[in-house]
Structures are given as structure tokens and as C-alpha cells.
Design a binder for this molecule. Structure first.
Ligand code: NAD
Length: 294
């Protein structure tokens, strides 16, 4: 069985690495958080004392970190780990970062004789736990095929969007749409609620009507409508408002680079920015529902 070095064990990386352990891979993990490491140790992973130690003698390196600066520093910073990665290993970054950063990683890592693909994911924490994520990859087709058996232990779909950075462009388009859908769905549910409708009944109606979308299907933002989603757990866990805000910023920059019009994405960015400033930055992004409360 292949050996995997996994760096970044947060809301997403933790369950993804756990699924690799369950699938029988030898997984060496590192995170800055001792609590995250302890959870993976219990699941059966080997705990490394540093990122460089985690990639010692592995076949694959997977990173799942918050944003550009974390991923660029991990691989290409002063203490960058590329030299510690075996030359035969394939580097897979699943963080959501800018397409420019993914291209910079691709150039920097391949310049040192290692292979790289960007492979951001969609599917949320529920998908990470259930092993049903969608991987949206950018890079060489042969490298993506080599990664496939590993990715399929964490997800059910593996797409090639294009070359380095293309996975991130596709992911950013998806998340811009998700931000718009979550804000719009929240607004619609609050409008119905203000008129005395039961949000559960209204959700059932919209699920069978033309307003149907992913947030209504699996991630309802109104507390009590669905079990086991962040809205029914005081908006804890899940996908943080500040991470959605980061993705909407990436969408803005991606649009600027081609002069594309994204007025709905811009509106979603404004709403999530105000919501973060109101103190919800570390809550799940479905808490935008609270912003429209009467
Ligand atoms: P998170 O904040 O829960 O986890 C990030 C982890 O990285 C933390 O455990 C942190 O300690 C660790 N970390 C940070 N810097 C590190 C370093 N230098 N070395 C080792 N560990 C380090 O974030 P998350 O929700 O797991 O998201 C990770 C990425 O996945 C982000 O880019 C996010 O946009 C993306 N994403 C998240 C979701 C979601 O639903 N949460 C869905 C799809 C994609």
C-alpha cells in the first residue's frame, strides 16, 4: 500500500486523512494543532513532528491548508519542504487557493524535479466525512490518473479541469455560485418565515420547485430544518464565513484578470464581508441566514 504524507488536519483534512487510514494506506500526518494531531493518532495515523518529517519516504503528499500564504510557505517558503519530498512522489494540493498560487506551486515544485497537481474539493465537511468529495484537478493527465486511486478513497468524482491552476478556477466558479445560492436561499427562507410560513414546509416546497439547489438539499441554513448540519449546531463546524469570504475574494481577482462581470458574486462578497464584521467570521457560512432575520 502506498505511503501518504498529509498536512493540514482541520475540518476537511482531518476526515479526509482518516478515510485514507481506513482504506489501509500508511498515513503520516502533520498539523500545527495538537488537538488535530491527537484525533488522527487515535484514528491510526503516524504523527510527524514537522511537515518535512511527514513527507519522509512517501509516495504522495497531500496538503489541505487555509489559503495561498499557508500553501506557498509550506512548499516554497524559507522552510519549504520540497527538498524533503522524495523525487518520485506526487504532490497534491487540495486547499482552495488562487489559480496564480497554484501555477506558482506547479512551476516551483516541478522546477525541483517533483510532480504537482492542484486538486481542490467540493462537498463540504459532510462529503469529507462520508468520502464523497468531488476533486477538481489541474495538471498532467498521467499525474491525475496516478492520484485517482488515492483520491477515490476520499471522494466519488475526480475531474480534470485543465492544466495547473485550472482546478482552482473551476473550484472558484463553483464557490462563487455557492455563496450566491446560500445568501439567496437564506433570504427566501427568511421572507417566508416573516410571513408565518414553517421553514421546513417552505424548504420542502422549494425542493420540489424551481428554486431547488444544493443548500436546500443537504445544507439547509435554517436551524431545526435538518439534523446534522451546522445550522442545527449553532452554526459550528462546516465551512467558515471567513473561508467563504476568502473564496469570494479569489473570485473577484479571477474575474478582474479577464475583465469578467460577476455582479452577483460581488454582492455575495459584500454580504459575507458585513456578516464577518458582525462577528460571524468563525461560524459556518450558512449563518448568513441570521443576517436576514427581522
Ligand atoms: P480549517 O481551518 O478547519 O483547517 C486548516 C488546518 O490547517 C488547521 O487544522 C490548521 O491548524 C492547519 N494549518 C495551518 N497552517 C498550517 C501549517 N503551516 N502546517 C500545518 N498545518 C497548518 O480549514 P478547512 O475547513 O479544513 O479548509 C481547508 C481548505 O479547504 C481551505 O482552503 C478551504 O477553503 C477548503 N475547503 C473547505 C471546505 C469546508 O466545507 N470546510 C470545503 C471545500 C474546501
Amino acid at each position: 500500500m502506498a505511503r501518504i504524507g498529509f498536512i493540514g488536519l482541520g475540518n476537511m483534512g482531518g476526515p479526509m486523512a482518516t478515510n485514507l487510514v481506513k482504506a489501509g494506506f500508511e498515513v503520516q500526518v502533520f498539523d500545527l494543532s495538537p488537538a488535530a494531531l491527537a484525533t488522527l493518532e487515535e484514528a491510526g495515523a503516524s504523527i510527524a513532528k514537522s511537515a518535512a518529517e511527514a513527507v519522509n519516504n512517501v509516495d504522495f503528499v497531500i496538503s489541505m491548508l487555509p489559503a495561498d500564504k499557508h500553501v506557498l510557505a509550506l512548499y516554497l517558503g524559507d522552510q519549504g519542504i520540497v527538498d524533503a519530498i522524495p523525487e518520485t512522489a506526487l504532490v497534491i494540493d487540495s486547499s482552495t487557493i488562487s489559480a496564480d498560487a497554484a501555477r506558482e506551486l506547479g512551476a516551483g515544485i516541478t522546477a525541483k524535479g517533483r510532480r504537482f497537481i492542484d486538486a481542490p474539493v467540493s462537498g463540504g465537511v459532510g462529503g469529507a466525512k462520508a468520502g464523497t468529495l468531488t476533486f477538481i484537478c489541474g495538471g498532467d493527465a498521467a499525474d491525475i490518473e496516478e492520484a485517482r486511486p488515492v483520491l477515490e478513497k476520499m471522494g466519488k468524482n475526480v475531474f480534470k479541469a485543465g492544466e495547473h491552476g485550472a482546478g482552482q478556477v473551476a473550484k472558484i466558479c463553483n464557490n462563487m455560485l455557492l455563496g450566491v445560492l446560500m445568501a439567496g436561499t437564506s433570504e427566501a427562507l427568511q421572507l417566508g418565515k416573516a410571513h408565518g410560513l414553517d421553514p421546513k414546509v417552505l424548504s420542502d416546497i422549494m425542493l420540489q420547485s424551481s428554486g431547488r439547489n444544493w443548500t436546500l438539499e443537504v445544507y439547509n441554513p435554517c436551524p431545526g430544518v435538518m439534523d446534522s448540519v451546522p445550522s442545527s449546531n449553532d452554526y459550528n463546524g462546516g465551512f467558515l464565513v471567513d473561508l467563504m469570504l476568502k473564496d469570494l475574494g479569489l473570485a473577484r481577482n479571477t474575474a478582474d484578470s479577464t475583465g469578467s462581470a460577476t455582479p452577483m458574486g460581488d454582492m455575495a462578497a459584500k454580504l459575507f464581508s458585513e456578516h464577518s464584521e458582525a462577528g460571524f467570521g468563525s461560524k459556518d457560512f450558512s449563518s448568513i441566514f441570521r443576517k436576514f432575520e427581522k
